[in-house]
Design a protein around this ligand. Structure first.
Ligand SMILES: *Cc1c(COP(=O)(O)O)cnc(C)c1O
Length: 405
């Protein structure tokens, strides 16, 4: 008898789709150590370098001293401690929303929120490139799922017309990301708001990669465009720019009250450790400070510096829109080869493959952090340019570009 899953695993290897874990022996930062070797880290979502910042460490340590480690119970039983309450009020105030609710992860936030927003008789419409958490949350809701091509407002509009015609009494939810996690481009939020108003739909936006990077005090794309008051459900994570762990939803008092009563990933899971809530509160306070603004400006200087090093000065990308730069490769094996070659030169840049992106849309996903030095950025730009040129030869099509562009 063959070993369990042996054939399936072999098949993944054969298609260059097998994935494995790698152990990092250090804190997050612009350089990390992998099996004894130091690599310059261009793979993390810790865009502001907060994950190992002394401010967050101190906040967590002080909270451990006062509240211990485990929360002991779910939030509704006896797991709601002062750091959780403080985090939610700080979050709501920072996002300019009436209320906020926190979850153990961004994934749990989506899995809890979508089934609370929509059920079997309802319709959820997703952008094709939406994060897996939004897809899984929608599936769990049992609602009818419709998908529109990435940022395609015309197709979204026809789905909305269809939903209103075929399901006149349904709640219709549109869910999308404000900055797309694997592509680094932005959703047309103003137009989405107009459409959802016209069709009386509910809009959920996932600001995972916008928060900390975009908008006044890093409040995200909705805040940048002055649309916070127009978007019913603002989702995000505490685990990227904020450097901690956990997810959140901001919205009206009624929405948050409903989620407290209906979001199963919130109700049936032990509260996150209070120390993490305290660290996240410290991260938001930092973002709200002048120092936080300076850190974000530094991040944007690094992003602009890196893009200037790309072929044609990054012209193929349009305006800089995020800290995520996808170097499109296409072929899975090629992407792995390039990532390995970069690792040989001490750069940690992940090859992103199916199922995170479509088959044949493999890429290097480069993420820039305010913690990178100008020299680290320059050396990656140099190495990438050289490796791509070496390997390309006849393969002229391989260059950084926006997916679909
Ligand atoms: C990372 C991510 C999530 C999940 O957040 P976690 O806190 O890591 O669970 C959700 N949505 C998007 C777009 C993400 O990139």
């Amino acid at each position: 008898m063959s070993e369990l899953f042996e054939e399936q695993l072999e098949a993944l290897h054969a298609r260059s789709l097998h994935r494995k874990l790698r152990e990092i022996g250090t804190a997050q930062g612009p350089a990390v150590r992998i099996v004894g070797r130091e690599l310059i880290n261009f793979s993390s979502n810790d865009y502001l370098g907060l994950a190992a910042d002394p401010i967050l460490r101190q906040a967590a340590i002080a909270a451990i001293a006062e509240f211990g480690v485990g929360a002991g119970a779910s939030r509704l039983i006896s797991g709601t401690q002062s750091p959780h309450v403080q985090l939610e009020s700080t979050l709501a105030k920072w996002k300019g929303a009436p209320a906020a609710i926190c979850f153990s992860s961004g994934y749990a936030a989506a899995l809890g929120a979508l089934p609370a927003l929509a059920s079997k008789q309802d319709v959820v419409i997703l952008d094709k490139l939406c994060h897996a958490s939004l897809i899984d949350g929608t599936r769990l809701s049992g609602a009818t799922l419709r998908v529109f091509p990435h940022n395609h407002l015309g197709k979204l509009e026809s789905h909305l017309e269809w939903a209103r015609r075929e399901h006149p009494d349904a709640r219709v939810v549109i869910a999308t990301e404000s900055v797309f996690s694997m592509d680094g481009d932005r959703a047309p939020l103003q137009e989405l708001v107009e459409l959802k108003n016209r069709f009386e739909a509910t809009l959920l936006i996932d600001e995972a990669h916008a928060v900390g990077v975009i908008g006044p005090h890093g409040r995200g794309l909705a805040a940048e465009l002055g649309l916070e008051g127009e978007i019913e459900v603002q989702m995000g994570t505490l685990s990227k720019s904020l450097g901690v762990s956990g997810g959140y939803i901001c919205g009206s008092r009624n929405l948050i009250d409903w989620l407290i009563n209906r979001a199963r990933s919130f109700i049936f899971s032990t509260a996150p450790p209070p120390a993490l809530a305290a660290a996240a509160t410290a991260a938001i306070r930092f973002l709200n400070s002048e120092e936080g603004d300076a850190r974000r400006k530094l991040l944007w200087r690094r992003i602009v510096q890196f893009r200037k090093l790309l072929p044609d000065g990054g012209a193929a990308f349009g305006k800089p829109s995020a800290a995520i730069i996808p170097w499109m490769v296409g072929d899975e094996r090629r992407a792995l080869d390039l990532a390995r070659a970069l690792q040989q030169e001490n750069f940690l840049v992940p090859a992103i493959r199916y199922p995170t992106v479509a088959k044949g849309a493999a890429r290097l996903r480069i993420t820039i952090s305010a913690a990178h030095s100008a020299l680290q950025i320059a050396s990656l730009g140099e190495a990438l340019g050289r490796l791509a040129k070496q390997a390309t030869g006849a393969r002229q099509e391989e260059r950084p570009r926006l997916p679909g562009g």
